[in-house]
Design a protein around this ligand. Sequence first.
Ligand SMILES: NC(=[NH2+])NCCC[C@H](N)C(=O)O
Length: 298
Amino acid sequence: MSWRSNDNIKILGSAVSIGQPRQGVEKTPSVLQAEKIEDLISIGRVTWVETIDQPAYTYENPRLNPIRNVQDLAKYNKILYEKILSHLGTEDFLLTIGGDHSIGSATVGAMLKATNGNLGVIWIDAHGDCNTPETSPSGNYHGMPVAHLLGLFQGPVEFQWDQPKLSPTSIAMIGIRDLDPEEKILMDRIGIKYYTMDMIHEIGIETTITEALAYIDPDGTKKIHMSFDVDGIDPQLVPGTGTRAPNGLTLHDYAVIAQKVKLTGDRFASMDLVEINFDIERNVTLDSVKEIIRITFQ
Ligand SMILES: NC(=[NH2+])NCCC[C@H](N)C(=O)O
């Protein structure tokens, strides 16, 4: 039996790159639309609802603010947050295609709002994305959305609207292998649940995702959001991404993750697919991205 066979699968493009320095990632929604990825989705009724463009394409260099491009990012994330809430019907599954991972604070924030906080998050990534503007060595906001969601910093007023906070016990990260030193100290102090590649090799991917789901949703009653940064996958399979880290997840690992998440049925409500940059590499990356879509939506 497939999950969500009768539901609407809505695809939203989030064409933003200013959360990090490499251009190209903002083109991904239009590339995947041209590739007709909706044809790879064999369940539900699939529609591309719209693609939201970023307000400016100029990456701020040198670092003028603790968060580069903070004004434009704040403006963009608020628009994205509101669009998600306006598009999301109760029976819908929402797939947001980035763009860089800066969108994570808007997508998770919107899902928290839509579910009254009854949300668990599986964050697949090589990175923790849990820097504050103070701990961030780069100033790139795509390394900060989790810290922002947890309320570890607020940003300027433009970045403060009514987005709800995420509880640290409602998120688990899988594939982690590149944490900044202070970011790691912060994550360990808060007690964020994260599975490094070493831990995954030790306990196995099936135990990892089973434990992770039980941790974020002990009673099995929450909606589940998966925020999938393709750099969680090994760079040999996904070379087209801006911050590569060796020794990542395989596509088989992802298939095991997806299988367990899909067992939550219609509680699996939304997903981000981010950091795909076809300007860095196209062919291998596109094959893997298509496989990720097939694995998720069949
Ligand atoms: N979503 C990502 N690819 N994040 C990479 C973050 C890299 C680094 N930790 C930083 O904060 O700049």
